[in-house]
Design a protein around this ligand. Structure first.
Ligand SMILES: [Zn+2]
Length: 279
């Protein structure tokens, strides 16, 4: 069993969740590492397609490995919302600990076929796979409007998807959405319990940014083991840089500007980790 799988098992048993924090620059990754080290809590670091192509898959793998092996910080790497077999095969070959195939834009049968293909390849190398059958809308940004309500996929369909593909984790739609809105949709968290009565899969909550603390706790109590955070990290990162440059418009030295961003991201991640772990 891979390390990350045993962490998820423990999380499910003991009712806590692991945060997935996305990054696309080194200050964000350092912030995740610092929070993880200080609290002694494992974390998944996520790269979406855009983030991975900017940062470089091999750079991401090498740095995570460095933190884990040299500094004993429990960081793991997930490829977030991969859309093709080719991209995810490359992530597996490069040493990602986990990959998420998002086939929610494909028709149901094609999604099953493609996901199966990835599961077969990844499992041979001990890599976990997260699947997605119901589209979780929005994107990791700030919106000055109410979130629109999406139609949720039937649980029967999701159960069939999990059983046929043998994915390890499922990105479940419970009314969640990527991004932060002025008003978030109402969550249907009982879907988590209902699904887990049918299958033994690890449930992942996407669009964790902007979800109320109370709902996060309920989702964890119902069995969610991974919660993805991206927007709130981006907001902290850019906010700190903007503030610093407003106050110091002539500053040009990266190592004087970027610690502000790193510290802001670290504080946010620390807050989320404590919430997810229930400390
Ligand atoms: Zn997502």
């Amino acid at each position: 069993m891979s390390k990350i799988e045993s962490i998820f098992k423990k999380a499910k048993r003991e009712k806590f969740a692991i945060g997935q924090f996305n990054f696309s620059d080194f200050t964000q990754l350092k912030a995740i590492a610092r929070a993880s080290k200080e609290l002694d809590i494992p974390a998944l670091c996520g790269t979406s397609q855009g983030e991975a192509s900017f940062f470089g898959k091999t750079n991401a793998v090498a740095l995570i490995k460095k933190f884990r092996e040299k500094e004993k910080i429990k960081l793991y790497l997930n490829f977030d919302h991969g859309k093709s077999y080719k991209e995810l095969k490359e992530a597996v070959d490069n040493g990602y600990d986990m990959v998420h195939f998002d086939g929610s834009d494909l028709d149901f049968d094609k999604n099953i076929r493609e996901t199966k293909k990835i599961v077969r390849y990844a499992h041979k190398k001990g890599v976990l796979v997260e699947g997605e059958v119901s589209k979780i809308g929005g994107k990791s940004a700030l919106f000055n409007k109410k979130a629109e309500k999406f139609t949720l996929t039937s649980l029967e369909k999701i159960v069939r998807f999990i059983e046929e593909t043998e994915v390890d984790c499922i990105a479940l739609d419970v009314g969640n959405i990527h991004g932060v809105f002025t008003e978030m949709p109402k969550m249907e968290l009982e879907r988590i319990s209902n699904l887990l009565r049918e299958v033994s899969c690890f449930v992942v909550l996407h669009g964790g940014s902007g979800i109320q603390k109370k709902e996060i706790r309920e989702a964890i109590d119902r069995g969610v083991v991974k919660i993805n955070i991206n927007t709130e990290i981006r907001v902290e990162w850019i906010g700190a840089i903007r503030d610093f440059l407003d106050k110091n418009p002539d500053e040009i030295v990266p190592y004087k500007i970027m610690p502000e961003a790193e510290f802001a991201v670290y504080k946010k991640i620390r807050e989320k980790m404590k919430l997810f772990i229930n400390k």
